[in-house]
Design a protein. Structure first.
Length: 201
Protein backbone atom coordinates (compact mmCIF):
# COMPACT_ATOMS: atom_id res chain seq x y z
CA UNK A 1 0.00 0.00 0.00
CA UNK A 2 1.12 3.55 -0.66
CA UNK A 3 0.18 6.80 1.02
CA UNK A 4 -1.18 8.21 -2.23
CA UNK A 5 -4.71 9.56 -2.49
CA UNK A 6 -6.37 11.22 -5.45
CA UNK A 7 -5.75 14.51 -3.62
CA UNK A 8 -2.00 13.82 -3.32
CA UNK A 9 -0.13 16.62 -5.07
CA UNK A 10 2.57 14.41 -6.58
CA UNK A 11 1.44 10.75 -6.74
CA UNK A 12 4.27 8.24 -6.35
CA UNK A 13 2.21 5.30 -7.56
CA UNK A 14 3.41 4.24 -11.02
CA UNK A 15 1.06 5.72 -13.60
CA UNK A 16 -0.64 2.71 -15.15
CA UNK A 17 -2.37 4.16 -18.21
CA UNK A 18 -5.91 3.22 -19.13
CA UNK A 19 -8.87 4.64 -20.99
CA UNK A 20 -12.33 5.48 -19.73
CA UNK A 21 -15.30 5.48 -22.09
CA UNK A 22 -18.66 7.13 -21.41
CA UNK A 23 -21.43 9.05 -23.16
CA UNK A 24 -23.05 12.36 -22.20
CA UNK A 25 -25.78 14.21 -24.11
CA UNK A 26 -25.42 11.97 -27.13
CA UNK A 27 -21.66 12.31 -27.45
CA UNK A 28 -19.18 9.49 -26.81
CA UNK A 29 -15.95 10.20 -24.96
CA UNK A 30 -12.79 8.12 -24.67
CA UNK A 31 -10.44 9.77 -22.20
CA UNK A 32 -6.99 8.88 -20.93
CA UNK A 33 -6.70 8.00 -17.26
CA UNK A 34 -4.08 6.51 -14.98
CA UNK A 35 -3.66 5.16 -11.47
CA UNK A 36 -3.17 7.76 -8.77
CA UNK A 37 -6.09 9.98 -9.81
CA UNK A 38 -9.73 10.09 -8.75
CA UNK A 39 -11.90 7.27 -10.17
CA UNK A 40 -9.13 6.20 -12.50
CA UNK A 41 -10.90 3.13 -13.93
CA UNK A 42 -14.37 4.49 -14.76
CA UNK A 43 -16.53 7.56 -14.83
CA UNK A 44 -17.36 8.11 -11.16
CA UNK A 45 -21.07 7.41 -10.49
CA UNK A 46 -21.53 10.82 -8.87
CA UNK A 47 -19.92 12.56 -11.83
CA UNK A 48 -22.18 10.56 -14.15
CA UNK A 49 -25.27 11.72 -12.25
CA UNK A 50 -24.04 15.32 -12.27
CA UNK A 51 -23.45 15.32 -16.02
CA UNK A 52 -26.80 13.61 -16.66
CA UNK A 53 -28.98 15.72 -14.37
CA UNK A 54 -27.45 19.22 -14.19
CA UNK A 55 -28.06 21.75 -16.96
CA UNK A 56 -25.05 21.68 -19.26
CA UNK A 57 -24.00 25.06 -20.65
CA UNK A 58 -25.55 25.97 -23.97
CA UNK A 59 -23.80 26.10 -27.33
CA UNK A 60 -23.55 29.89 -27.10
CA UNK A 61 -22.11 30.02 -23.54
CA UNK A 62 -18.78 31.82 -23.36
CA UNK A 63 -17.88 31.22 -19.73
CA UNK A 64 -15.47 31.22 -18.16
CA UNK A 65 -16.44 27.91 -16.61
CA UNK A 66 -14.66 26.20 -13.70
CA UNK A 67 -14.23 22.52 -12.85
CA UNK A 68 -13.03 22.18 -9.24
CA UNK A 69 -11.24 18.90 -8.61
CA UNK A 70 -11.06 17.98 -12.27
CA UNK A 71 -9.42 14.55 -11.91
CA UNK A 72 -8.58 13.25 -15.37
CA UNK A 73 -11.01 15.74 -16.86
CA UNK A 74 -14.41 14.22 -17.67
CA UNK A 75 -16.40 17.26 -16.50
CA UNK A 76 -13.95 19.65 -18.17
CA UNK A 77 -14.18 17.80 -21.48
CA UNK A 78 -17.99 17.67 -21.41
CA UNK A 79 -18.21 21.39 -20.58
CA UNK A 80 -15.76 22.29 -23.35
CA UNK A 81 -17.67 20.14 -25.83
CA UNK A 82 -21.10 21.45 -24.82
CA UNK A 83 -19.98 25.08 -24.98
CA UNK A 84 -17.50 25.34 -27.88
CA UNK A 85 -17.14 29.12 -27.45
CA UNK A 86 -16.37 28.93 -23.73
CA UNK A 87 -13.11 28.89 -21.86
CA UNK A 88 -12.87 26.27 -19.14
CA UNK A 89 -10.58 26.30 -16.13
CA UNK A 90 -9.74 22.88 -14.71
CA UNK A 91 -8.31 22.90 -11.18
CA UNK A 92 -6.78 20.04 -9.23
CA UNK A 93 -4.05 19.67 -6.61
CA UNK A 94 -2.89 16.44 -8.28
CA UNK A 95 -0.21 17.02 -10.94
CA UNK A 96 -0.96 13.72 -12.69
CA UNK A 97 -4.65 14.64 -12.90
CA UNK A 98 -3.79 18.01 -14.42
CA UNK A 99 -1.53 16.41 -17.02
CA UNK A 100 -4.29 13.97 -17.98
CA UNK A 101 -6.89 16.72 -18.21
CA UNK A 102 -4.66 18.72 -20.54
CA UNK A 103 -4.16 15.65 -22.74
CA UNK A 104 -7.88 14.90 -22.76
CA UNK A 105 -8.77 18.50 -23.64
CA UNK A 106 -6.62 18.00 -26.72
CA UNK A 107 -8.42 14.72 -27.46
CA UNK A 108 -11.76 16.52 -27.65
CA UNK A 109 -10.37 19.41 -29.66
CA UNK A 110 -10.49 21.96 -26.85
CA UNK A 111 -6.81 22.38 -25.94
CA UNK A 112 -6.85 26.08 -26.77
CA UNK A 113 -9.85 26.81 -24.55
CA UNK A 114 -9.03 24.70 -21.50
CA UNK A 115 -6.72 26.15 -18.86
CA UNK A 116 -5.46 23.49 -16.47
CA UNK A 117 -4.09 24.88 -13.23
CA UNK A 118 -3.13 24.19 -9.65
CA UNK A 119 -5.48 26.03 -7.27
CA UNK A 120 -2.99 28.78 -6.49
CA UNK A 121 -2.38 29.45 -10.19
CA UNK A 122 -5.90 30.63 -11.06
CA UNK A 123 -5.90 34.44 -11.50
CA UNK A 124 -7.28 36.01 -8.35
CA UNK A 125 -9.56 38.45 -10.20
CA UNK A 126 -11.26 35.82 -12.36
CA UNK A 127 -14.95 35.11 -11.80
CA UNK A 128 -16.90 32.27 -13.34
CA UNK A 129 -20.26 32.03 -15.05
CA UNK A 130 -20.54 28.41 -13.89
CA UNK A 131 -18.71 26.29 -11.34
CA UNK A 132 -18.95 22.51 -11.54
CA UNK A 133 -17.67 20.04 -8.98
CA UNK A 134 -17.90 16.54 -7.68
CA UNK A 135 -16.12 17.78 -4.56
CA UNK A 136 -13.54 15.64 -2.73
CA UNK A 137 -15.65 14.61 0.27
CA UNK A 138 -12.92 12.36 1.65
CA UNK A 139 -10.57 15.23 2.44
CA UNK A 140 -12.77 15.81 5.52
CA UNK A 141 -15.59 18.16 6.37
CA UNK A 142 -13.44 21.10 7.50
CA UNK A 143 -11.26 20.90 4.38
CA UNK A 144 -14.33 20.51 2.14
CA UNK A 145 -15.93 23.60 3.66
CA UNK A 146 -12.68 25.51 3.17
CA UNK A 147 -12.55 24.44 -0.48
CA UNK A 148 -16.10 25.64 -1.09
CA UNK A 149 -15.45 28.90 0.78
CA UNK A 150 -12.52 29.42 -1.56
CA UNK A 151 -14.24 28.79 -4.88
CA UNK A 152 -17.94 29.59 -4.58
CA UNK A 153 -17.30 33.32 -3.97
CA UNK A 154 -15.64 33.31 -7.42
CA UNK A 155 -19.10 32.84 -8.94
CA UNK A 156 -20.25 35.74 -11.10
CA UNK A 157 -23.28 37.66 -9.70
CA UNK A 158 -25.68 35.84 -12.02
CA UNK A 159 -23.66 32.62 -12.09
CA UNK A 160 -24.61 29.10 -11.06
CA UNK A 161 -22.68 26.32 -9.37
CA UNK A 162 -23.51 22.64 -9.81
CA UNK A 163 -22.37 20.21 -7.11
CA UNK A 164 -22.96 16.50 -6.66
CA UNK A 165 -22.69 14.81 -3.26
CA UNK A 166 -23.67 11.33 -2.14
CA UNK A 167 -26.53 11.44 0.35
CA UNK A 168 -24.80 8.93 2.64
CA UNK A 169 -21.65 11.09 2.59
CA UNK A 170 -23.46 14.16 3.83
CA UNK A 171 -25.26 15.58 0.82
CA UNK A 172 -28.15 16.91 2.87
CA UNK A 173 -25.97 18.35 5.63
CA UNK A 174 -23.84 20.08 2.99
CA UNK A 175 -27.02 21.56 1.53
CA UNK A 176 -27.90 22.98 4.95
CA UNK A 177 -24.39 24.30 5.51
CA UNK A 178 -24.41 26.12 2.17
CA UNK A 179 -27.73 27.76 3.07
CA UNK A 180 -26.25 28.81 6.41
CA UNK A 181 -23.39 30.44 4.48
CA UNK A 182 -25.92 32.60 2.62
CA UNK A 183 -26.18 30.69 -0.67
CA UNK A 184 -29.41 29.93 -2.50
CA UNK A 185 -29.47 26.14 -2.80
CA UNK A 186 -31.91 23.95 -4.70
CA UNK A 187 -31.83 20.18 -4.74
CA UNK A 188 -32.09 20.00 -8.49
CA UNK A 189 -32.13 16.21 -8.76
CA UNK A 190 -31.56 12.99 -6.84
CA UNK A 191 -30.46 9.76 -8.45
CA UNK A 192 -28.70 6.59 -7.30
CA UNK A 193 -28.13 8.04 -3.85
CA UNK A 194 -26.60 11.29 -5.11
CA UNK A 195 -27.85 14.85 -4.66
CA UNK A 196 -27.32 17.39 -7.46
CA UNK A 197 -27.30 20.85 -5.89
CA UNK A 198 -27.85 24.05 -7.83
CA UNK A 199 -26.17 26.91 -5.97
CA UNK A 200 -26.62 30.63 -6.70
CA UNK A 201 -26.09 33.90 -4.89
Amino acid sequence: MTGDHYFTAEPTTPAQPREVEFSVAGRDYTLASASGVFSAARLDPGTAVLLRKAELPGHDATGPLLDVGCGFGPITCVLASSAPAATVWAVDVNQRARDLTAANAARVGAAGRVHVAAPDDVPADLTFAEIWSNPPIHIGKAELHELLRRWLPRLAPDGVAWLVVARHLGGDSLHRWLVEQGWQVERHASQKGFRVLRVTR
